[in-house]
Design a protein around this ligand. Structure first.
Ligand code: PLP
Length: 407
């Protein structure tokens, strides 16, 4: 059970005067106090080159090591399978370069139109450059959802790689990652899963999900502006090194050619201290604590989702993109995108902003998905997204604003 007062007391964004009615969390979340303090501490006391023998440098390296170890435990993978890079877009770009070294004519690569462009564009370009064959796993144009049966028909013994999202940044309903990964693994294909839109609502046991590669962006999970990627060992050892030649055997650098942002890597693990501080973590390992937090977060989010969906459902001329309810066993993340007939999405968003709601509109880099479901990406959708720190009072403000805006 989530204690919202305790949760919100950990976010400096709620310390000020007016309560922010923040509904663009899918773009980036507020950072928790632990993150802000860890960054501040690093800059004040250990802002030196890490991993030398003097005390400040040793401490800097220890904080970075701690982030690696803690995140590996949280996600159920080994420390050497976890990398921090500048962003998910950069990480997928580098991974596409790496896959370009082992994929060629005769291989097939499956991509989707449900992804944010970051998890599909670079892979598509790689396929074109290598002469491999591109296969499209397309969404159902009515629901915006990917169907497992369609994937099954695309998979074959030539499938080398499949990239897909854990959850779309528009549609909101989780995909059955475990089932998709199982189908892919059965034919020997590698899976690359974009967890960016799902991770703010729960940190997954990546080992249990079965994804070979799993990525998300920490700035959307109450943490620093870094991309986190898990590359399982059996895949990492098949992919060519993308860093300087002498870093080829360093698992933290192999797929991160950029020099690490020491302070952000050092502070990246602090959000897990927040999770422990707000979950009954005593006597539990971090993985178990993350599972408990996920359940508490998602129960809270689901309760807040229901009245918003009801209002949008009942309003004539409003079309919610994607399912309004979760599929059995799959979480419906509170990322709600809609269009209002006859009104530009930008104008609707402006109206909500004028009523005190922090929300935006546009294509959100999901142009392919919007095209597929018949929405003009240039106008885009209005997107409302929240997370576990959002309160019932925030939702009341949102409902009032929507009621007036969509009258
Ligand atoms: C679903 C999804 N994937 C990938 C990205 C790209 O992440 P980054 O900003 O870390 O490059 C985003 C960013 O909004 C996203 O929403």
């Amino acid at each position: 059970m989530l204690d919202l007062d305790v949760v919100r007391s950990h976010f400096p964004a709620f310390d000020g005067g007016a309560t922010p009615r923040f509904f663009e969390n899918a773009g980036g979340s507020f950072a928790c106090r632990q993150t802000v303090e860890a960054l501040d501490r690093y800059y004040r006391t250990t802002k030196v080159q890490p991993y030398a023998s003097y005390a400040e440098s040793r401490r800097a390296g220890e904080q970075m090591d701690r982030s690696h170890a803690r995140w590996a435990e949280a996600l159920g993978v080994a420390d050497h399978e976890l990398l921090f890079g500048p962003s998910t877009s950069m990480n997928t770009y580098v991974l596409a370069q790496a896959f370009g070294g082992i994929i060629g004519p005769g291989d097939e690569v499956i991509v989707t139109d449900q992804d944010h462009e970051a998890n599909t564009g670079a892979t598509r370009r790689m396929v074109e450059a290598t002469g491999a064959t591109l296969r499209e796993w397309s969404v159902d144009p009515h629901t915006g959802m990917l169907r497992l049966g369609d994937l099954e028909r695309l998979l074959g013994e030539s499938t080398a790689l499949i990239t897909f999202p854990h959850c779309s940044n528009i549609v909101g309903t989780e995909n059955d990652v475990a089932a998709a990964c199982k189908l892919a693994t059965d034919v020997g294909a590698t899976t690359l899963v974009d967890g960016v839109s799902y991770a703010p609502h729960g940190f997954s046991d990546v080992g249990a999900l079965g994804a070979d590669i799993y990525l998300f962006s920490l700035y959307k999970t109450y943490s620093v502006h870094q991309g986190l990627m898990v590359v399982r060992e059996h895949v990492a050892e098949r992919l060519p090194n993308q860093s300087h030649w002498f870093n080829a055997t360093d698992p933290r650098k192999r797929f991160v050619p950029a020099g690490p942002d020491h302070a952000q890597v050092a502070a990246a693990g602090a959000v897990l201290d927040y999770v422990e501080a707000t979950t009954e973590s005593a006597g539990r390992d971090l993985r178990t604590t993350c599972e408990l937090a996920r359940t508490a977060w998602q129960d809270h989010e689901a309760a807040l989702l229901e009245p918003v969906m009801r209002l949008l459902d009942e309003r004539a001329g409003v079309r919610v993109i994607g399912p309004t309810e979760a599929a059995p066993g799959l979480h419906r993340c509170p990322t709600v995108a809609f269009v209002a007939e006859g009104r530009p999405s930008g104008a609707v968003a402006e109206d909500l902003v004028a009523r005190g709601i922090m929300a935006g509109s546009g294509g959100f880099y999901a142009n392919r998905l919007l095209d597929a479901v018949g929405v003009d990406p240039a106008d885009g959708v209005v997107r409302l997204s929240w997370v576990h720190y959002t309160s019932p009072d925030d939702i009341d403000h949102l409902l009032n604003a929507l009621d007036a805006t969509l009258a």
